[in-house]
Write a protein of this length. Structure first.
Length: 214
C-alpha cells in the first residue's frame, strides 16, 4: 500500500535549535535584551518566524522594534547552516522510504531558507519543488490544514497520509486534515501535546529510525 509521508523540517528532520536561538539572542542583545536559553527558544518554534520573534521579545521583557522581523530574518540568514544538521538517522530513513512511498515537506519556514537548508544538507534530492509547502507560499501556515491537504491531493493520496512532526502545531494540523500523526519526541516542540488524546494510527517515536519500524 503506497503511503505519503509529509515531514516537518525544524525539530523533525533537522536540529536547527542552536542557529535559531543564536539568531534570536543576537537580535535581543542589539535591543538591550538578555539572552534566552536554547531550550526555551526551541519551544517557541512552530508558528513561523513572526510568532517566534514576538515570543522571544515577550520572554525577554523588551519591546520589539517595528523592524524586528526583517532584522531577525537577516541575522538568521547568516547563520542558517552554522550548526544545523540532520538528526542522526534521517538520511537513512529517507533513503529507505523514498523507493516505496511519496515524500513531502510542510514547514512554516520561508521557502528560500528551506531550500537553502535542504540544498546545504543534501536533503533536496528527497523533496521535489512541488512537494514542498513553506510558510510564505499560497497556503496559510500550519495548523491550517490547507498545505497538507494540497500535498496529499498532489500525491493522489486519500487516507494514507502521515504527517511526521514534533510540535502541537503539527498535531493540530494533522487533526484538522484528518490524517495520522507521528510525533518526534526527540525534537524541540513536544510540550503541550495531549499524548492521551492520540487515536488509532497515531504514533510517537524517540529517534528517526523508529519511523521505519511502524
Amino acid at each position: 500500500m503506497h503511503r505519503l509521508f509529509v515531514f516537518d523540517l525544524d525539530g523533525t528532520l533537522i536540529d536547527s535549535r542552536r542557529d535559531i536561538a543564536d539568531s534570536a539572542n543576537e537580535l535581543l542583545a542589539s535591543c538591550g535584551g538578555a539572552p534566552i536559553a536554547q531550550e526555551a527558544i526551541g519551544r517557541m518554534v512552530g508558528n513561523g518566524a513572526p510568532a517566534l520573534v514576538a515570543r522571544a521579545f515577550a520572554a525577554a521583557g523588551v519591546a520589539a522594534p517595528p523592524d524586528a522581523l526583517p532584522r531577525y530574518l537577516a541575522v538568521y540568514d547568516r547563520r542558517l547552516l552554522a550548526h544545523t544538521r540532520p538528526y542522526p538517522g534521517v538520511r537513512e530513513v529517507l533513503d529507505a522510504l523514498a523507493p516505496r512511498a511519496s515524500l513531502a515537506l510542510l514547514t512554516n519556514k520561508p521557502r528560500q531558507s528551506t531550500r537553502r537548508i535542504l540544498d546545504g544538507l543534501d536533503l533536496s534530492r528527497y523533496f521535489s519543488d512541488d512537494a514542498v509547502v513553506a510558510g510564505d507560499g499560497p497556503f496559510p501556515r500550519k495548523p491550517d490544514p490547507g498545505g497538507l491537504r494540497h500535498l496529499a491531493a498532489a500525491a493522489r493520496q486519500d487516507g494514507q497520509t502521515m504527517l511526521v512532526g514534533d510540535s502541537a502545531i503539527d498535531w493540530q494540523t494533522a487533526r484538522a486534515a484528518g490524517v495520522s500523526i507521528c510525533l518526534a519526541r526527540y525534537g524541540f516542540g513536544l510540550d503541550g501535546i495531549p499524548l492521551d488524546g492520540l487515536v488509532a494510527g497515531d504514533r510517537v517515536i524517540d529517534t528517526p529510525l523508529e519511523l521505519l519500524t511502524l
